[in-house]
Design a protein around this ligand. Structure first.
Ligand code: SAM
Length: 164
């Protein structure tokens, strides 16, 4: 098994440091996986029930989220290195540009998954469809774009649901 932050033959790292923005973690994700190697590569609709804990400050922002809703979850893959420009996924060993794949290793290690809100208990959301480690910080929640109806009417040239 590859240790965290180990570089593979053929990979290329950036000479880089610093940050341009602050991010606020709005909660924490509780999953059954405590080791990276045990996480699924991508979440599945029939995956295990996971709990998204929203920190108290942000609880009122959950208003309007109904059970059954499809949500896009944004989380901070906090155990990832951030400097690889080209990387070799473990299943093919060939270098790929970081922005051409959905690896957790990226300058801003944000992961996204679409999940179904099965139930809610106060500031705890119970969902299926995640793929992250237990304790992963939560960055944002949005209604999934496939089902979200914008408040403003579309204008000519807007991308609409179903556009390729
Ligand atoms: N579904 C997300 C996406 O497409 O943006 C993430 C996909 S990424 C391939 C999922 C992998 O990230 C998991 O299999 C695990 O290896 C890794 N991972 C999960 N949680 C992590 C964390 N907190 N820090 C670093 N890596 C993590």
């Amino acid at each position: 098994m590859q240790a965290d932050n180990q570089i593979r033959p053929g990979e290329l790292a950036a000479d880089w440091s610093g940050a341009d923005a602050d991010v606020v973690f709005i909660g924490r994700i509780h999953t059954p996986w405590s080791e990276l190697a045990d996480c699924p590569r991508h979440g599945r609709a029939d995956g295990p029930l996971c709990r998204i804990e929203i920190f108290e400050t942000w609880g009122p922002a959950l208003a309007g989220l109904d059970e059954g809703a499809l949500l896009e979850v944004f989380y901070w893959l906090h155990r990832s290195r951030r400097d690889l420009l080209q990387q070799c996924p473990r299943n093919d060993g060939v270098p790929h540009g970081t922005f051409s794949i959905r690896s957790p290793i990226r300058p801003n290690p944000i992961g996204t998954s679409v999940v179904r809100l099965e139930s809610r208990d106060g500031n705890n959301l119970f969902v299926r469809g995640l793929d992250c480690l237990n304790g992963t910080p939560l960055v944002d929640l949005k209604p999934d774009r496939k089902v979200f109806v914008p408040l403003a009417p579309p204008k000519p040239g807007d991308f609409l649901v179903g556009d390729a």
